[in-house]
Design a protein around this ligand. Sequence first.
Ligand code: B12
Ligand code: SF4
Length: 467
Amino acid sequence: MRFLFIISKQEVPRPMYTEKVWRQYTRSAQVLPNMPSAYLAAWLEKEGFEVRIIDAFAERLSVEETARRAKEFNPVAVGYNLITENFLDTLPWIKEIKKFTGIPVIVGGLHMSLYPRETMTHPEIDYGVTGEGWRTLPEMIRVVAAGGDPSTVRGICYRAEGEFRATEPRPDTLTLEDVPFPARHLLPNDRYTTVMSREWPITVMVSALGCPFRCAYCDVPADRYQARSADHVVAEMEECVKRFGIREIWFQDESFTIDGKRVGEICETLLSRGLKVAWSIRTRPDLVDRETLKLMKRAGLMKVHLGVESGSPEVLKRLNRPTDLEVVRRAVRWSREEGVTTLGFYMIGLPGETAEDVRRTIKLALELDCDYIQVNKFVPCPPSPIYRELVEESGIDYWAEYTRGDASIIEKLAGKGSSFSPAELDEWQGKFFRAYYYRPSYVWNRLKRVSSFREFKNLALSAASLR
Ligand code: B12
Ligand code: SF4
């Protein structure tokens, strides 16, 4: 029995970037594998299905070519991993491919748990899986293949007689240690890249899902922290290197260093097995200590992405983030001293934020002088506390309306609660990037470290997009 995952053009949510930065971003700054599809593909193969993944974004396929390939493969159904923030970019692909092939569509992802009813208003989508897909997806495919009754499958939604129907939820049962490693043999691994990569091919991994903290702006559900053991993580790293020739791994854990003991075990295991691979992590500055940094560096850590967010302690307080900027300075300094590349994440347009606050953030960014920065316009997203408050106050669930089809409503969300209009925010974002990346000292230092033409080309394109 055949099943196909399609990864459509992976757009970066537009309200967070200016149009130019967004275009560049989707062109070359970041093309990464879709992990939920790769995980589920491996699971389905284990269950005896014949599975394919078409990564149309990475392979730069048109929707027509993707539809043609889908028809040729002729699966029982086609699956899409949905992301709330770009659902309306994925929807035209779902529509076109459904129109051309007529193959039933099954969708899943956190988005389906947040907005099942709104998603199912689109008639091209036949079934939605809410919650975990491990048990539900194989069962759903078998029911579709047999023309059976979907109401017998727990954890799904569908339409019957034009009405929205949801079956009884299915409790979560499996962790990432109970399932096979992602099916990278089905992915175009040599196509993945980011503007900051030095080694190719690269891949993404998650050593833990979720985050136990509760920052007010954060859209990561707080109740789902799930960490894999060091042995399990390193075994996947080893598979990446030995089977797929991968040379750089991007850990996408929300905060890799939450559990110092586990991080230590990962590093010791890597060192004892002599596994040579470059890797990078994301974390909070207050979760960085010098000893762990030193050890991570020895075990291959190349880059740390630090969530600095703002240079204003008042703004940080409202976000329920640590407010001591000394801790941030220390984390960046230690990383630099240990030879680890740094990327600082910043946001502008935060609740209550004024021009003075943004100036403080830019000043801090220049002082920290990370190797890279990423500046996003703040866009409230579900299920964050700030978004929930906004919905309560305004009576509008913006992302629900967006999911129903109103793309423009989201434009109003960028910088909501700050003192900036969307146009002003665009200006600040451009100003921030230019103040940072166009410094002659920055350009010179960066160019000195370029190690390949590919890296140079990516950097040049990104720099041009900031003009
Ligand atoms: C790795 C990762 C990335 C990587 C790789 C892309 C990817 N999607 O894997 C990168 C860095 C590229 C990335 C980018 C982004 N990401 Co991301 N990412 C993740 C992360 C950390 C892990 C995903 C993963 O591997 N999960 C493991 C799988 C097995 O678990 P799962 O995703 O929960 O899937 C289960 C079910 O949801 C279901 N399921 C999932 N998909 C499908 C599909 C079908 C057909 C079915 C039936 C079931 C099903 O079954 C799975 C098994 O039970 C998640 C956080 C998380 N905890 O999941 C965020 C997450 C998916 N990302 C998120 C976001 C917002 C983004 C960005 C928009 C960020 C940005 N501002 O640019 C971009 C969008 C890019 C894109 N189009 O994918 C959000 C999505 C929120 C939402 N409401 O949809 C998440 C959930 C983080 C969060 N807020 O909690 N991301
Ligand atoms: S912002 Fe980062 S640290 Fe805060 S809750 Fe979200 S994932 Fe966790």
